[in-house]
Design a protein around this ligand. Structure first.
Ligand code: G6P
Length: 608
C-alpha cells in the first residue's frame, strides 16, 4: 500500500526521498509527494501519478534541506489527485504529515477541528492528523504527537516534520508497518526496508503504540504515554542487489527465474535424508503441540491463500490432521471457533497484510497459538506470531507474487513431513519425500529454460478476453493461482475452477472463443480430468493442457500442450505453476500492461 520514507542527516534529502519512494512504488501508487525542511521553512511538492512525475517536478529545483518526509499513495479516502496526495499540512503550514493506514474516526475529528476553526483542504482522513497536532501543540512535537494520537482510532504508520522543530523528524506506528534505519550521523524512516536498503541494513522495528523522535545523531522511542522504550538495532541480511532487476525487464520475470535459487534457499539446511524428515528450527518448541493438534487452521490472503489450500491437502495427507483454510478477512470477523488443541498458521509473504494480521490478533485474543509463515524477516506478522518459519525466498517486489508462492508450498510440505514423521509416515516414504523436495529446484530450472515455448503459447492466449483455468486435487489451487496471475497483470478475465465443478456452471461459457487451461498432470484422478477435458472438447473449447512429460492421451485431446517433469503428486503444484506464471507474464507484456505495477493493485495490503 502507501509507502513512507523519511530522512534526517547530512545528505540532500530530496534525492534520498525520491530514491526511497521509487523502491516503494511497488506497494501502491497513484500519487506521490514530499516535504523538506529548509531555512526554517517547508518545501512541499506533490503530484498525481508516479514517483517519476514527482521527480520531474523537483529535479530542477535547488533545495539544500537535509531533513524531510515523503509518501507514495494508494488511495483509500479521497480521489487520487494532487490535493489528496501526501504530505498534508495544518492551517498554519507549520506541520506536515505523511500517513499509511486509515483514521477511522476522521469524520468526528474533522467536525471537532472545524468547529474550532480549522480549515481542511483535502478529502483525506490523513489531514486530520496535521490539524490535530496543530490544535494540541504545546511546544514539544514529541509530546504533542502522543496527546494527539491518543484521540485517534484506526491504523497509522506516519512521519511528521514541523518548521517549529526543524532539527528533527517524528514517526508513529499502530497497525501499519514502520521502521527506523540507522546510518552514520543519519537516520531514516521507512514503511518497508527496501526504501532504505541502499543506505543501511541496521534496522529498528517500531511496535504498535510507539512514537519516535529522530535527529541526525540519535533516536528516541516512547510509548504513547511518553514512557521511554529501549529498542534493539537489528542487522538484516538483505542487500541492494536483491532488490534490483539484475538485467531482467521486470521484477516479476526476475522473481520467476529466481525460483531455481529461492527454492534451494527455502530448503537449505532443513532436510534430513537419513531420518526422512525436515527440521524447521522456528517450530522446534511447538513440535509436540503440532503432533497432538486436533485441527490446523490456515489463514491468509491472495496468493498466500492459494498456497494455504495446497497446505491443507498436504498436511491432511502426510500428517493426518484435519485442516481448514480461511480467508483472513473472513476469519477475523466471523467469530471463529478456536478450540484447545487447534493451531492457527498465518501465511503472508510481506508479513504486513492487514487482514492476516487481524486474523492473527483475533486468534491470540482467543488464546490460540499462531504460527507464522512469512518471507519478510522482522515483519509485523513474523514478530507477532508465537513462533514460525521464514520461507527465505528473498525480497519479492513484483506485485504479482511468484517465488513466495512456491517457497510457501515447500515450507508447508516440510511442516507436513515433519509432523507426519512423528506420526505414521514411514521412514521409506519420508526419504522419498526428502529426495523429491531436494530435486524440485532442478526441475523448476528445467522449466524455466523453456521460457520461449511459453512465450509462443502466450501469443495465442493474448488474443482472447477470457480464460478458464481448471484443475483437480492438488492442481485445483494451481488453477486458482494461474487465473489470479493472469487477471492481476494482463487484465484478462480469468477464473479458476475445480475441473469437475465446471459442469455446474462454467461449462455454459465454453465455445471456440474460450481458452481453457487445464492442469492435468498424472495423479490418482487423472482419468477423471481426462473426462473433463473431453467435455470441453465436445463444446469446441480451445484446450491448453499442462501434462506430465510423455502423456499422449491428453495431448490428443488438447490444442496446445506443455509438458512438465514428473514429481510426487503433492509437489506438482510447485512445478505446474511455473508455466502459468510465465504465461501470465508474457500475455501481460504482449498486451502492453505494466507488469510490475498493475493498475489498482498493491504489493502489501496494509488496509482492510
Ligand atoms: C496482495 C498482493 C498479492 C498477495 C496478497 C497477500 O494482494 O498483490 O500478491 O498474495 O496481497 O499478501 P501477503 O504479503 O500477505 O502474502
Amino acid at each position: 500500500m502507501c509507502g513512507i520514507v523519511g530522512y534526517i542527516g547530512k545528505k540532500l534529502a530530496i534525492p534520498v526521498l525520491i530514491e526511497g519512494l521509487k523502491r516503494l512504488e511497488y506497494r501502491g501508487y497513484d500519487s506521490a509527494g514530499l516535504a523538506v525542511l529548509e531555512d526554517n521553512d517547508l518545501f512541499i511538492e506533490k503530484t498525481k501519478g508516479k514517483v517519476q512525475d514527482l521527480e520531474n517536478l523537483v529535479k530542477s529545483t535547488k533545495h539544500s534541506g537535509t531533513a524531510g518526509i515523503a509518501h507514495t499513495r494508494w488511495a483509500t479516502h479521497g480521489a487520487p489527485n494532487r490535493v489528496n496526495a501526501h504530505p498534508h499540512t495544518d492551517c498554519s503550514g507549520d506541520v506536515t504529515v505523511v500517513h499509511n493506514g486509515i483514521i477511522e474516526n476522521h469524520r468526528s475529528l474533522k467536525k471537532y477541528l472545524e468547529d474550532r476553526g480549522h480549515h481542511f483542504k483535502s478529502d483525506t482522513d490523513t489531514e486530520v492528523l496535521a490539524h490535530l497536532i496543530e490544535e494540541n501543540y504545546n511546544g514539544s512535537l514529541f509530546e504533542t504527537l502522543s496527546t494527539a494520537l491518543a484521540e485517534v482510532e484506526g491504523t497509522y504508520g506516519l512521519a511528521v516534520i514541523s518548521k517549529k522543530e526543524p532539527d528533527r523528524i517524528f514517526a508513529a506506528k499502530k497497525g501499519s508497518p514502520l521502521l527506523i534505519g540507522k546510518g552514520k550521523d543519519e537516520y531514516f524512516i521507512a514503511s518497508d526496508v527496501a526504501a532504505i536498503l541502499r543506505y543501511t541494513n541496521e534496522i529498528i522495528y517500531l511496535e504498535d503504540g510507539e512514537i519516535a523522535e529522530l535527529t541526525a545523531k540519535e533516536f528516541n522511542v516512547m510509548s504513547l504515554d511518553m514512557k521511554k522504550v529501549s529498542k534493539k538495532v537489528q542487522q538484516i541480511s538483505w542487500n541492494l542487489e536483491m532488490i534490483e532487476k539484475d538485467g531482467f525487464e521486470h521484477f516479476m520475470l526476475k522473481e520467476i527465474f529466481e525460483q531455481k535459487t529461492s527454492l534451494r534457499n527455502t530448503l537449505r539446511g532443513r532436510l534430513n535424508y537419513d531420518e526422512g524428515t525436515a527440521r524447521l528450527d522456528g517450530l522446534l518448541e511447538n513440535i509436540e503441540q503440532l503432533k497432538n493438534a486436533s485441527r490446523i487452521i490456515i489463514t491468509a490472503c491472495g496468493t498466500s491463500w492459494h498456497s494455504a489450500l495446497i497446505g491443507e491437502y498436504i498436511i491432511e495427507e502426510l500428517a493426518g490432521i484435519p485442516v481448514e483454510v480461511e480467508y483472513a478477512s473472513e476469519f477475523r470477523y466471523r467469530g471463529p471457533i478456536i478450540n484447545k488443541g487447534d493451531i492457527v498458521f498465518v501465511i503472508s509473504q510481506s508479513g504486513e497484510t492487514a487482514d492476516t494480521l487481524g486474523a492473527l490478533k483475533e486468534t491470540k485474543r482467543k488464546g490460540g497459538t499462531v504460527l507464522g509463515i512469512c518471507n519478510v524477516v522482522g515483519s509485523t506478522i513474523a514478530r507477532e506470531s508465537d513462533a514460525g518459519v521464514y520461507i527465505h525466498a528473498g525480497p519479492e517486489i513484483g506485485v504479482a507474487s511468484t517465488k513466495a508462492f512456491t517457497s510457501q508450498v515447500l515450507v508447508l510440505t516440510m511442516i507436513a513431513l515433519m509432523i507426519g514423521r512423528m506420526k505414521n509416515l514411514t521412514l521409506e516414504n519420508g526419504r522419498k519425500i526428502v529426495k523429491a523436495l531436494d530435486d524440485i529446484p532442478d526441475l523448476v530450472e528445467g522449466i524455466l529454460n523453456r521460457n520461449s515455448e511459453i512465450e509462443n503459447i502466450a501469443k495465442k492466449l493474448s488474443k482472447h478476453n477470457n480464460a478458464l483455468y481448471l484443475g483437480r486435487g492438488y492442481n485445483f489451487p494451481v488453477a486458482l493461482e494461474g487465473a489470479l496471475k493472469l487477471k492481476e497483470i494482463s487484465y484478462l478475465h480469468a477464473e479458476g475452477y475445480p475441473a469437475a465443478e465446471m459442469k455446474h456452471g462454467p461449462i455454459a461459457l465454453i465455445d471456440k472463443n474460450m481458452p481453457v487451461i487445464v492442469i492435468a498432470t498424472k495423479d490418482v484422478i487423472y482419468e477423471k480430468i481426462m473426462s473433463n477435458i473431453s467435455e470441453i472438447r465436445a463444446r469446441n473449447g480451445t484446450i491448453l493442457s499442462v501434462v506430465t512429460s510423455g502423456d499422449e492421451q491428453i495431448k490428443e485431446l488438447s490444442d496446445i500442450v506443455f509438458e512438465v517433469p514428473e514429481t510426487l503428486t503433492f509437489l506438482s503444484p510447485v512445478i505446474n505453476v511455473i508455466p502459468l506464471q510465465l504465461l501470465a507474464y508474457h500475455v501481460a507484456v504482449i498486451r502492453g500492461c505494466n507488469v510490475d505495477q498493475p493498475r489498482n493493485l498493491a504489493k502489501s495490503v496494509t488496509v482492510e
